[in-house]
Design a protein. Sequence first.
Length: 201
Amino acid sequence: MTKTAERPAPVRVTPLEAPSPAGDRGRRRLTDQLRAYGFLLGGLVCFALFSWYPAVRAIVIAFQKYTPGSDPEWVGTANFTRVLHDPEFAAAWRNTLTFTLLALLIGFAIPFVLALVLNELRHAKAFFRVVVYLPVMIPPVVSALLWKWFYDPGSGLANEALRFLHLPTSTWSNGADTALISLVVVATCRQPGRATALNAL
């Protein structure tokens, strides 16, 4: 009886896939770029309508005599000449510079000192960080109402505290001497908390 030799099983060879042509890769890249530009389109439209257009429009109106409800009249640099010769122009610049310097002091210098103090604390550090950062978490509408109540010349919190200490009260935002610093505090009340948190990291 003769034995037949066993034949080995055939090996299946899987053909290699041909690389995609360059045209398919180019179309895929173009599709990805169009999709990315589509996502950016909404933001660009918002910036164009609410930021760029008003800025360009303000520059154009600066050279016109513009009254709502009537056609604008081109006057060239007459508006700038009138502003430069206005007796209140120097006072406006002085108030603007004072406001800017005070805002920088409250918004950057004071938070830096607060951050150094917070880093040196050994107890209740987390509590004081929350207290310093609390104004940032208050919604702007609520913050505006709180400041209105705080500066109320009649029964505001600031004047009530002065009465308790038997000190003279103030008109705060309505007074010629205190209006500027009052507005600076309101405008920058959210900055110290954010800047202190960043400096204390």
